[in-house]
Design a protein. Structure first.
Length: 364
């Protein structure tokens, strides 16, 4: 196992996309488990999905920080596309650790709204990299570790499973995937040129309470509640490596504390302090099985009545552009370097989601 080389205590940590699903949960986890920490969050609060969920997540952080007087939370409503703002944040707060989770998410949306992806995922990430580069100006210690979100979508329609970080990922099947692969390439170049320790995390189908309404488990629940029909792609012959939010956050927190080592090669130039890991459950679930578990848990949580006719609300449809039939993470390197493997079962995770859904939508 790699030794920890980044201490989180008393550090300033910048989380971009901090009102997002992973960002907000990470902020809460750091407040709960790091003795004293200064967290700066930035999010543009866009309306790609229901903003009230983002506001709910921020309220949770604001309530939590009151319990931890040694720690601070500062929220900035702004975009990583705004270079001037990013430079200002870096100059003012001087973050030691940067976790870039701000991105325009979603594969299907990238087909109809490409501009949003190029802005946020390319220009926004470039602004973060430039700010990290200049954090070392005038001999300052600067950024100790840049951790950023990549995605399992970079594997495209690779036939070999499970997906390994050693696999070739040069054939993206969506613009979203292409931007995420570009992030990894840009990070590699910046790590090499400016010795910025960076780690990319390829997340696999993240789900859980207060998650993203554009994800299947959430969208299906909304539709079933509204008596609408849910569409199951590729006639149900799809498998997804569903990874519960708490496992993702635990993985991110462990990764933050172990930056790739800075060292020079034989030519005296820096070897890029660069790494990429998969974070997934390594247990792909068939979509039809997933829908069955979801409906059982929605009935158990009393979101839907016991006699709900699921068959009448299900429709099997062909594959969508940009989609892939299977995602399956090889997490051996993550286990080797961090002693960690996600392990929340789909039923446990969907149970927590169903209970949250009832609380959030049905108890108002």
């Amino acid at each position: 196992m790699k030794a920890n080389n980044v201490d989180l205590i008393n550090k300033t940590i910048l989380i971009t996309g901090s009102a997002g699903f992973i960002g907000a949960n990470l902020a809460q986890e750091l407040l709960k488990t790091v003795e004293s920490v200064n967290i700066i969050g930035i999010d543009n609060m866009n309306d790609y999905y229901d903003v009230s969920i983002k506001e709910y997540r921020l309220r949770k952080i604001e309530e939590l920080v009151k319990e931890y007087p040694k720690s601070n939370w500062t929220f900035i409503n702004g975009s990583i596309v705004d270079k001037e703002l990013i430079d200002k944040i870096f100059n003012k707060y001087k973050p030691s650790i940067v976790v870039n989770l701000a991105a325009q998410a979603g594969v299907r949306y990238s087909i109809t709204n490409p501009d949003a992806y190029v802005e946020s995922n390319l220009i926004g990430f470039y602004n973060i990299l430039e700010a990290c580069r200049h954090s070392y100006d005038n001999g300052a210690s600067g950024v100790e570790h840049l951790v950023y979100a990549s995605s399992s979508s970079v594997y495209g329609s690779n036939k070999k499973v499970p997906y390994s970080t050693d696999d070739k990922v040069d054939n993206p099947v969506s613009l979203y995937a292409a931007t995420k692969k570009s992030n990894e390439l840009l990070a590699h170049a910046y790590s090499k040129l400016y010795n910025i320790p960076s780690t990319g995390l390829r997340f696999f189908t993240v789900y859980g309470p207060a998650g993203r309404p554009d994800m299947a488990y959430f969208g299906f629940t909304n539709k079933l509640m509204n008596n609408e029909t849910i569409e199951i792609f590729n006639y149900g012959n799809c498998k997804r490596d569903f990874t519960y939010i708490d496992d993702i956050v635990e993985g991110v927190k462990l990764v933050m504390q172990k930056a790739p080592e800075r060292k020079n090669g034989e030519d005296g130039l820096p070897l890029p302090p660069y790494a990429v890991y998969n974070i997934g459950n390594s247990n792909p679930e068939n979509l039809l099985d997933f829908v069955t578990i979801l409906q059982e848990e929605l009935i158990r949580a009393e979101v839907l009545p016991k006699d709900y006719d699921f068959e009448a609300h299900k429709k099997l449809v062909p594959m969508q552009p940009g989609d892939v039939p299977v995602t399956y993470a090889d997490t051996t390197p993550l286990e080797r370097d961090f002693g960690f493997k996600p392990n929340t079962s789909l039923r446990d995770g969907l149970r927590k989601f169903a209970e949250w859904y009832k609380e959030f939508y049905l108890k108002k």
